[in-house]
Design a protein around this ligand. Structure first.
Ligand code: GAR
Length: 214
């Protein structure tokens, strides 16, 4: 059983999707063992506590820079024996210390179809504002491995979502979450925990063997 540590900063609806999947028995091969928040008041912490999942707070504000923050976070992840780290609305960019220590063991959910609307400055609601400004007809979500390149790691799963003419950023964000993020994040976590993901170069490959034999 792999130890899944989920990093959060906010509302935690993606964490909730993982908890719900776990309770339905859909996180095969893994268990959420700890939720770590960069913000003491993140609602995600309440969600974890409501399901008896242990929580830790490593507050970003207590550290002068990303390097010292990453050192503290690294220690916490080490103490938690993390096999898989899930960034679920975690709003701090990890430095190379953690990325190297947990190579191909950190996954992130991003609210667009990467490589569109991603990289520095594209997070949370801003992504959906930019999508509406540009007028694209399709957006969606991506789950990918985290590398040193912001939003640039191997893509595990993507799902497209339609943009509608009268969308506001908030309405679009909700649709992307409901139709894409909350589905593909638990699915990707399950694939990882069942050892069905392989990274070769810049690409992640899914082992579909099990589905074919069913
Ligand atoms: C989600 O839409 C997630 O994809 C996004 O923040 C939101 C967090 O919501 N993450 C990023 O933009 C990371 N670049 P949640 O706290 O309710 O899961």
């Amino acid at each position: 059983m792999k130890n899944i540590v989920v990093l959060v900063s906010g509302g935690g609806t993606n964490l909730q999707a993982l908890i719900d999947a776990q309770e339905r028995g859909e996180l095969r091969g893994g268990k959420i063992t700890c939720v770590i928040s960069s913000k003491p008041d993140a609602y995600a912490l309440k969600r974890a506590k409501a399901h008896d999942i242990s929580t830790r707070i490593v507050p970003r504000k207590h550290y002068p820079d990303n390097a010292s923050y990453s050192k503290a976070l690294h220690e916490a992840l080490f103490e938690e024996y993390a096999d898989l780290i899930v960034l679920a609305g975690f709003m701090t960019i990890l430095d190379k210390r953690i990325i190297q220590a947990f190579r191909n063991k950190i996954i992130n959910v991003h609210p667009s179809l990467i490589p569109s609307f991603c990289g520095d400055g594209f997070y949370g609601l801003h992504v959906h504002e930019k999508v509406l400004e540009r007028g694209v007809k399709l957006t969606g979500a991506t789950v990918h491995f985290v590398t040193e390149v912001c939003d640039g790691g191997p893509i595990i799963l993507q799902k497209a979502v339609e943009v509608q003419d009268n969308d506001t950023p908030e309405i679009l964000q909700r649709r992307v979450m409901e139709q894409a993020e909350w589905k593909i994040l638990p699915e990707a976590v399950s694939l990882f925990c069942e050892d069905r993901l392989t990274v070769i170069g810049d690409r992640a490959y899914i082992d579909h063997k099990e589905e074919q034999t069913q």
